[in-house]
Every structure is written in C-alpha cells, then in structure tokens.
Design a protein. Structure first.
Length: 404
C-alpha cells in the first residue's frame, strides 16, 4: 500500500529556527509540505544533516512525520559549499540508519539532495521527485558566480528525476531551457502557514509607515540595496521605520542591536533610530510583524519562488519585490504589490514612497494580496497535487522511463 515517503533535505532541517544560517525557505517548505501530506494519511521521514549537535538524531513532528539527522562524519554545522565532499559518507549512513526498501517515493530538495536521490534510484529502483528550491543557472545569471560542479549535477538531476516540481511557471521555463525536454516538469506552488492567513493587517491604516524585510543577511538577498533605498526614502523628508528580521542570532550585537558585519553597520549608519534588527523569528511572530507592515520588501537578486512574498500577501500586506525568478509570478505588479528592478535602490525607494503616500492604493493591494494568497498558496490543495504526482509515479511499471 502506498504510504511512506522519504524526503531528503541535505542542509535544510525542517525543525531548525528560521532565519539562521542555511535556514530559510527550503526548511519551511519541507516542514509544511510534510505536515500537509501527513494530513492526507502519508508518513514522511525527512533526512537532513545533523547541523545542530544539541538536537536528537530522530525527532517526531506532525504526528506521522520524523526528522532523521545524519552526521556523515561531521556532526555540527557544515556550509552548503562544503557538503558535496561528504555526500558519499552521507549516503552510506542513510543506508545504515534507514530501510530504504520501505519507502514508496523519494522526494529530494536542492541539488545536493538530488544527487543522493539518484544514488537511491540507481541502487533501489525508487521513483524520485525533485524540487530545486534554487537553480545554479539562475544564480549565475543574477550574480555572475558560476559553479560548474553544481551546474553539471543539476543538469543530470533535472534530466533523470522521474518528476521535477517547479514552484512557478518562470522556474519551469528556466528548467526546460537549461535541462532540455528530457525533464518531466509539473508546476505546483508553495503554500503558507495558517498563522499568516489568520494574521490581521493593520499596516495600511495610518500612522508611521513600517517596512519589513525577512531573510538571511546576505548580499544576494538584496539587504544592502534595501538599506540604500531606505536612506533615499528618508532623504525625501519621509518618516518611516524599517524592521529587518532574520539572520542568525549571532549576526546581531546583543549590546547595540546592530549587525556585527561592518558593511551592514556602515549601511545603517545615521539611521539607527529608524532601523531595527530583530534576529530570527518564529512563524507566528513573523505573521504578526507582516500584519503590522505597510509593505514587506523582498529585494533579492534571484529567487526560485520567494516564500516571504507569499506569506506577506496572505497577511493582507502588499509586497515590493525584485522582478526576478519566481517573484514575477508570486507578486502581481500593480495588483498585489509592486515589482522593481533588482539592485536598484532608487527604483525601490520610489516604490516605497508610492506605497507610503497612497493609502487607498496600498489598502487595495493588500485586499487583493490576501484574496489571491488564500486561493493560490493553499497547502491542502498543494499537498493534494503532489500526492497525486506520487501516486502516478508509484503505480508506473518502469520507474526509469517515467521522467526520461
């Protein structure tokens, strides 16, 4: 009987606190999808690296789900950039810890996990579903950083996985252009936690405008672009506040409340009374914050999807986002938010001024954002679509031919 699913999320522990090192959208997606599938009667085991030595090796959640942490010879934090080297040990330990024959479908998350999934496919004949979460080719175009090993691996994974799940039509187009028609790609959106749907939106009801950012404190997330844009906003004589949630707890000086990195400190110099760094927050805390915001800003250089943008819209809060990757699909320009050019502080600042200065426009964006989020970013419906994909693959006679 079809029932057991194995998730592989090499660096994305679904129970890790969000906003820290290597803890963001992928972790959130894996946890929420597992919970939604559990609601449909499936059992989901999530294999991930044992990055926090203080956590147990096996931890249950959502009733029938488990996280199983694999040390692979390196118990403790390992950067994604170094994880390719430990994959052989990772796979060896997976086989020692788990009965891989007991799983009906393997769903891999990110390219490193995809390589592990192909190993299982080759040795055990299991059907493999793959979600990229981010694509090396998209990152290369956005940043100029070309990772040859990653590109080669992704082309193989996207070509050999029995089914690839793209989270937006734009991501599907990128995958097919990069990997060719060998890929069998289904578009299935990402959902949002119920706490966001239940949040009240108070940000556009008057008072001092509040802009919010949530994510890692990395250059590719556009955090410096945002701080420069906010400085321009203030120079136009506007009053506002900016709250930045996320980053790791150690990224923020506990005494000053300012970021540890000199470059970020310099970017916020002179605006310290208007800018607040909160550190990582839980889902309910984020939902409350998004609900209070005038707008949530997602200034990334590239995003396959952009979960923060979906979560903010579910709160009834408009989003100002970079016109890149999946954000072009998640945010409807002029209807649920505004799209701007990436790495362009002046354009971002103009959009912030528009949002802050036109209450009627902002409230209309918020209403449309909430309406669309409830229809599109709905986990029960999404889990149903993915469950159906699993069923089709499980019942296919020849796993090798399904996605080729």
């Amino acid at each position: 009987m079809f029932k057991n699913i194995l998730f592989i999320s090499d660096h994305g522990d679904p129970l890790a606190k969000l906003g820290g090192k290597q803890s963001g959208g992928q972790n959130n997606y894996v946890r929420q999808l597992a919970e939604a599938l559990a609601g449909r009667g499936l059992r989901v085991d999530v294999v991930t690296h044992w990055s926090d030595p203080d956590t147990p090796q096996v931890e249950r959640f959502a009733g029938s789900c488990r996280v199983i942490r694999i040390a692979a010879g390196h118990k403790g934090f390992v950067p994604k950039s170094d994880m390719l080297n430990i994959l052989p040990d990772f796979y060896k330990e997976i086989k020692a810890v788990l009965d891989l024959d007991s799983y009906d479908v393997v769903h891999t998350h990110y390219w490193l996990s995809g390589l592990l999934g192909l190993m299982i496919r080759d040795e055990y004949g299991k059907r493999v579903v793959h979600t990229s979460h981010s694509l090396g080719i998209a990152k290369a175009k956005a940043t100029g950083e070309v990772e040859e090993a990653r590109l080669r691996a992704e082309k193989e994974i996207l070509g050999r996985a029995d089914r690839v799940i793209a989270t937006t039509p734009t991501e599907k187009d990128i995958i097919l252009d990069f990997a060719g028609m060998r890929s069998s790609v289904s578009v299935v959106s990402i959902g949002v936690d119920r706490s966001f749907e239940q949040a009240s939106s108070a940000g556009a009801k008057g008072g001092t405008p509040l802009f919010v950012y949530a994510g890692r404190f990395e250059q590719t997330k556009g955090i410096l672009t945002l701080l420069r844009a906010f400085r321009l906003f203030l120079r136009h004589g506007r009053d506002a506040r900016l709250i930045l949630a996320g980053g790791a707890a150690e990224d923020i000086d506990p005494k000053s409340g300012l970021p540890q990195k000199a470059r970020l400190r310099a970017a916020v110099a002179g605006m310290e009374d208007r800018v607040t760094f909160l550190g990582p927050l839980g889902q309910q805390e984020l939902a409350d914050l998004f609900g209070r915001a005038t707008a949530v800003i997602v200034p990334s250089y590239y995003e396959s999807f952009g979960m923060v943008a979906a979560e903010a819209q579910a709160c009834g809060t408009p989003v100002i986002a970079s016109e890149v990757g999946g954000l072009q699909d998640v945010v409807q320009d002029g209807r649920t938010g505004l799209l701007v050019s990436a790495k362009n502080p002046a354009e971002l600042s103009r959009s912030m001024r528009r949002i802050a200065g036109d209450r009627e426009f902002t409230e209309r964006l918020g209403r449309e954002a909430r309406k669309r989020a409830r229809k599109v970013f709905n986990w029960p419906a999404i889990a149903g679509d993915i469950h159906e994909i699993y069923e089709v693959l499980y019942r296919a006679e020849d796993p090798v031919s399904v996605g080729d």
